[in-house]
Write a protein that binds this ligand. Structure first.
Ligand code: 13P
Length: 349
């Protein structure tokens, strides 16, 4: 970052911190490099417990460390993974050899990043809706993460679709928080991954998902512009435009891809460098297929990549089940999912 003195009312009053746009752009391009994607390994303490419970592994900090070490040290994984999103606990942990995880990743050419939101909490006066917290002291926490080696950040907002949801109040509050988070990240030359997750849980149709996604994105880019966020220095993390899991009529990947692209073209600025997708509860195979079909379409102004959590990790977690003798097999499965998603980046899955 660059510091400039500034004067106001003839008096030197402050230092203005100005983002380094070139540095942000370089970092963005490393993250969305051709054929690579981002591993979301930033499950909060509650989410990792759910994942570990599903395979009967005790959710302790040491088991989290062993599991993440297994993922990060998968041989040649850097061929398909450009960056990893870490959780606060993980960014402070080390490999068996005593190397801090961010340093271990950077050494093999993978950019370390960090989830900085403090979770989605019930929104007062808005039953059934969530607001993501974590803006208080964020500037100081970001400095700490820079010192620990993080080069990018993530903040997730959660938007639920129901008969009368989402409300304008929930959309406005979450977009404002996402934009403030993005501005604070860029101030310290960290690339913000801005994630307005429109949930796929529910019984809504594909068209209703399209309508809500469009409304959310439109408001988001207005908020980002209000907060002077440098669009070329950020990435959007999005859900597919997808019918609710409980809607009886399933859509195939071609339809999901076509509808997602239609909505994006209506609302996303061309200058946005890229969109990375979350998997949101779809199977690993379906998630890869959606991305593949999307990248088969023509005239796409942005790079379309992956930032999956479950869809990259699920087979490896099931194979690992906390046992060191399973590490090699689990790593093979993780490598294979990453390889297939790499192919989907060019529609070659
Ligand atoms: P899933 O791919 O498991 O949905 O997680 C991605 C993520 O980072 C959600 O914030």
């Amino acid at each position: 970052m660059n510091y400039f003195s500034c004067s106001c009312n003839q008096k030197m009053v402050d230092w203005i911190i100005v983002m380094d746009k070139a540095k942000l752009e370089t970092r963005v391009h490393r993250l969305i490099f051709e054929g690579k994607g981002i591993l979301a390994a930033d499950e909060s303490t509650g989410s990792i417990k759910k994942r570990f419970d599903s395979v009967g592994v005790a959710s302790t900090p040491e088991n989290h460390r062993l599991y993440r070490q297994m993922l990060f040290t998968t041989p040649n994984i850097k061929n398909f993974i450009s960056g990893v999103i870490l959780f606060d606990e993980t960014i402070r942990q080390n490999t068996d050899g005593g190397i801090a995880f961010p340093d271990c990743l950077a050494k093999i050419g993978i950019t370390p990043g960090i989830k900085v939101d403090m979770g989605a909490k019930d929104m007062a006066n808005f039953p059934g809706e969530k607001i993501t917290e974590g803006l208080d002291s964020l500037r100081e926490r970001l400095s700490d993460y820079v010192n620990l080696g993080a080069e990018f950040t993530k903040w997730r907002a959660v938007i639920k679709i129901d008969k009368d949801l989402p409300t304008d109040g929930c959309i406005y509050a979450n977009c404002e928080a996402l934009a403030r988070f993005a501005a604070l990240s860029q101030e310290q030359d960290m690339v913000p991954i801005v994630e307005p997750e429109v949930l796929m849980e529910g019984s809504h149709t594909l068209e209703r998902s399209a309508e809500v996604s469009k409304r959310m994105m439109k408001n988001l880019f207005i908020a980002l512009s209000r907060h002077r966020v440098y669009i070329k220095g950020m990435l959007l993390k999005a859900s597919w435009v997808h019918p609710g899991f409980d809607y009886p009529e399933k859509s195939d990947s071609k339809e999901i891809a076509k509808t997602t692209l239609r909505v994006f073209k209506e609302v996303l600025p061309d200058e946005l460098p890229g969109v990375v997708f979350l998997s949101g509860g779809d199977s690993p195979e379906d998630s890869t297929d959606h991305l593949d079909k999307l990248n088969e379409l023509e005239n796409i102004p942005w790079k379309l990549s992956f930032s999956f959590g479950r869809a990259l990790q699920e087979p490896a977690l099931k194979a690992w089940v906390g046992k060191s003798e399973n590490i090699a097999h689990a790593q093979q499965l993780f490598y294979e999912r990453a390889r297939l998603n790499s192919l989907a980046r060019s529609g070659d899955y």
